[in-house]
Design a binder for this molecule. Structure first.
Ligand code: EPU
Length: 419
């Protein structure tokens, strides 16, 4: 078992480079299945979720070559099977994108029930509703999803909840369907726009991504030879912005799209931090103790749930009492118990947590319950007095490339050791 040992407190200072977005990459990789050709994708984060996605594609018949640590070439001209590896697909969440893509490509697919971070109930009813409205039949049996629909037809699909996954999945299934599909109440996250841009680069006809209504005019085929670069990871950038504030440091965060971070910037300014926006990089620094604030997580452009735990670390150290209302996931406050072991005073009940700010956190052994909780604990360990040991690193490695090297390069005293 591996763990991170962090000795603090250290104000993080210097420059950090942001990788491509995990949640765009894990959708773009399955999207290549709609394509009959060769595509080269760069700015791909080198993380375990991406590696698993690649293995699944290979087992479906794709040929993948890693040209560099962040660039691959995928040849999807010979997709041979409609049976995805059940063990791998049930290991992570985004495997559900194989369904939309393979419905488009082969008209049929069998995958394992998607896994991923345990954040509470994670239904996929809106994905299924969308596929069925396009004419597919979907059955769930013994942990397996079987979707079938040889001749999908465009339709109007109203999403009952704003869902990133369902929006992308229906978009994938609709690209090669006959006629026009309209997705109403669509999610608007930057990775939705990125996946639509990728599909359009391959020859799809998608309009309106990034708004509530996405229109997909079905095309007959996607083929050729394309190059694409994944959008920078808004959540990784936000993680370092909040790390700068929590540790009272000064970071220049490079290779990000600052417009995607407006909700985070606004909160950092509200609590007394400083932000300098350069468009494709952002400097964040904080010299004094942050003040309290209330946060409600919301779909984009609201404050992202995927930055809620990192913000929780900042508010646990703020002057005054703050409240966070988590409106997306019912179990995203598991990290607060770990922060309390470090001296925080947080009371979490249901989807609300009250943070009574303390002046200092103290090192302790802590366990990451999911990906973003893990990032939050690394920030907490860097801000805290003494030694923190962070366990369950497999969650963190799913979504952050070289996290300890990045933290070390900006001053953190952090090492990964095998027990
Ligand atoms: N929902 C339904 N029915 C559905 C789909 C979703 O009720 O069919 C509900 C969910 O239960 C949740 C809300 O709708 O309450 C939003 O869920 P969404 O579908 O948007 O989440 P997701 O696609 O499963 C993605 C990210 C998550 C991120 C959420 C919200 C990927 C692979 N995962 O999940 O990322 O928290 O959107 O932005 O894109 C992370 O990166 O740490 C992470 C968990």
């Amino acid at each position: 078992m591996e763990k991170l040992i962090i000795t603090g407190p250290t104000p993080l200072k210097g420059e950090v480079h942001i990788n491509g977005a995990k949640n765009a990459a894990v959708a773009i990789l399955p999207a290549t299945l709609l394509f009959n050709g060769i595509c080269t994708i760069d700015n791909l984060p080198n993380i375990s979720d991406v590696k698993i996605s690649c293995t699944i594609l290979e087992q479906l018949g794709a040929k993948i070559t890693w040209n560099k640590p962040n660039e691959i070439t995928i040849d999807t001209r010979n997709i041979t099977t409609t049976q995805a590896p059940l063990d791998l697909t049930s290991k992570f969440r985004a495997s559900y994108y194989i369904i939309g893509a393979m419905l488009g490509r082969m008209g049929e697919i069998e995958v394992g029930m998607p896994g991923g971070c345990k954040l509470g109930a994670r239904p996929i009813d809106q994905h299924i509703k969308g596929f069925e409205l396009l004419g597919a039949s979907v059955s769930l049996e013994k942990g397996t999803i079987h979707a079938k629909g040889k001749h999908l037809k465009g339709n109007n699909i109203y999403m009952d909840v704003v869902s990133v996954g369902a929006t992308i999945n229906v978009m994938l299934a609709a690209v090669l369907a006959e006629g026009t599909t309209v997705i109403d109440n669509a999610a608007k996250e930057p990775h939705i726009v990125d996946v639509a841009n990728f599909l359009n680069t391959m020859g799809a006809d998608i309009r309106g991504a990034g708004t509530d209504v996405i229109k997909i005019n079905g095309v007959k085929k996607l083929e050729g030879n394309i190059n694409y670069s994944v959008v920078p990871d808004q959540i990784e950038a936000g993680t370092f912005m909040l790390a700068a504030v929590a540790t009272r440091g000064d970071l220049l965060i490079k290779n990000c799209i600052t417009k995607h971070l407006d909700s985070v910037t606004a909160k950092i300014l509200e609590i007394g931090g400083n932000v300098e926006d350069h468009g494709d990089s952002i400097r964040v620094w904080c010299k004094k103790r942050p003040t309290k604030a209330n946060i409600k997580t919301l779909p984009h452009p609201g404050f992202p749930t995927d930055l809620q735990p990192q913000m929780g670390v900042v508010l646990s150290l703020a002057d005054g009492t703050s409240i966070i209302n988590e409106s997306i996931w019912e179990s995203r406050f598991q990290y607060t118990e770990e922060l309390n072991k470090m001296g925080a005073k947080i009371t979490a009940q249901g989807k609300t947590a009250v943070f009574e700010g303390v002046p200092k956190l103290y090192g302790a052994p802590v366990y990451s319950s999911d990906l973003r909780a893990g990032a939050a604990l690394i920030i907490a360990g860097t801000a805290a007095n003494g030694t923190t040991e962070v366990y369950n690193l497999e969650h963190i490695d799913r979504g952050y490339e070289n996290i300890e090297e990045k933290f070390r390069s900006i001053g953190a005293k952090i090492e990964r050791v095998k027990e």
